[in-house]
Design a protein around this ligand. Sequence first.
Ligand code: GTP
Length: 308
Amino acid sequence: MGASGSGKTSMRSLIFSNNPASLTARLGATIDVEQNHVRFLGDLILNLWDCGGQDAFMDSYLTTQRSTIFQQVGVMIYVFDVETREMNKDLEYYRDCLDGLRQFSPSASVFLLVHKMDLLREPRQPSFEKKRKELQDASGEGTVSVFGTSIYDESLYKAWSNIVHTLIPNASILSKHLTTFAVACNATEVILFERTTFLVVATSSNLPDMPDIPSTASSLGSDTTGGGDARGLDPTRYERTSELVKAFKYACSRVREEFHSLEMELYDFTAVLAEMTRNTYVMVIVHDPTIETAALKLNVRMARRKFE
Ligand code: GTP
């Protein structure tokens, strides 16, 4: 949900339909509610409702359609245009939606996206923090998660990976199995991506007996937030990988090639990205130069049945 023009359909088309950001300018306003069923991880189907944000539609969601819109919601994602001139009106609608949600789906999670962050001319972090505070104050008692997003960088993938993660019932078990797999491969890290969206489904957890990683280990991307993890890895590496692979897949589709797998052997680490199950890809990162990519691919093949 969110005001008209805040970017809801654009983000849906990027994440779920593999369209590039440049095509979103052609999208028309959503009329009433557009429902999509997205098969996500085999039996898990996401039922995505894109609610057109024009005032007449919003008024109807909050009155006549109230019980339909807010019934059985798993997650409400409310999108705010960071440059909106009507923040008070946006907040009023948001509070009303929150009331509807608390009434019909009290256990639903709430994600607030401060969107179009690329348009900000002033430094992003302080402006975002101000918005976050404003939104948290407007949310009252309940917990809400706030993300700054833009369709022009990886931030959208971070927010959506977090959103989807809350809907995956066995995420912690997946993470446990990935950690076992990482130990078997002597890998620094193993990441599971959903096949079509390339959102992060689960990652291996920090491995206690990791070999020392050279300080250049963040070559998957520069550390923009200054807060890398204890192993010196870039904190934005997951969403950046999602964004890069999605762009690469799009480039492949333009020359009518299908994307299957990826191997990178750089001087300080090796990465293998390969199909794990029908609905997932796995990325294995290794900082041991003696480990061959062929061995990693063999391990992925052998682990497939366990993860299917
Ligand atoms: P309704 O369907 O009327 O509710 O609007 P909506 O929220 O679905 O908006 P839509 O996705 O149609 O986006 C409106 C415009 O915002 C489009 O021209 C997009 O290209 C643009 N837009 C979407 N996301 C971003 C972003 O992150 N940054 C910038 N600069 N523009 C964006």
